[in-house]
Design a protein around this ligand. Structure first.
Ligand code: GDP
Ligand code: MG
Length: 176
């Protein structure tokens, strides 16, 4: 018998790191070099079947409001998982992750939340990398106690994107 779980997933990070691209790549198997148009709905529902579980995830992607911190609370309030996205070619975007973590700590119980750190734009890393994966791993280990919570991906080249969502589902299942 299949068991079902539902989870709210907040996708957070600085503007232009590729949050919408991550959702679009996973859900529609497409990529655009221009900023993908906003999804319109508050969240995108996806279903992942794993180990006898049907995981119904609500992916909350902020539609430009990441600049207005007051508006972002609804994205992470009640979230079962957070995906913190940065751009491996942007030091700034990596530093912004910690700002998110501080804000999350004040508003939700991070110890009871699945946390993944996603370094996007790996296709641009050669020559332009600003964030070393070892540093990102050390950071997320400090936050979650788990260095395997870092995944580097390229939405453009469709590298590692499926793994992000499988990893999310698998971590949510393990918490049941
Ligand atoms: P958001 O503001 O975090 O939602 O970021 P978007 O998904 O709108 O992406 C911002 C820009 O980065 C767009 O021009 C995307 O085409 C580009 N982008 C997203 N992912 C990648 C990637 O993996 N590689 C490259 N080279 N560009 C990307
Ligand atoms: Mg976006």
């Amino acid at each position: 018998m299949t068991r079902a779980l539902e989870a709210k997933v907040a996708i957070l990070g600085k503007q232009a790191v590729g949050k919408t691209s991550l959702v679009t790549r996973y859900v529609h198997q497409t990529f655009s070099d221009r900023t993908p148009s906003t999804i319109g709905a508050q969240f995108v529902p996806v279903k992942i079947e794993l180990d006898g579980w049907e995981c119904r995830l609500q992916l909350w992607d902020s539609a430009g409001q990441e600049r207005f911190r007051a508006m972002t609370q609804m994205y992470y309030r009640g979230a079962n998982a957070v995906v913190l996205v940065y751009d491996v070619t942007s030091e700034d975007s990596f530093n912004d992750v910690d700002t998110w973590v501080q804000e999350l700590r004040q508003n939700i119980d991070l110890d009871d939340t699945v946390v993944l750190l996603v370094g996007n734009k790996l296709d641009l890393a050669r020559g332009s990398r600003q964030v070393d994966p070892a540093r990102a791993r050390a950071y997320i280990k400090e936050i979650t106690g788990d260095e395997t919570a870092l995944l580097e991906v390229s939405c453009r080249e469709d590298y590692g994107v499926i793994d992000v969502f499988c990893e999310l589902a698998s971590r949510l299942v393990r918490k049941q």
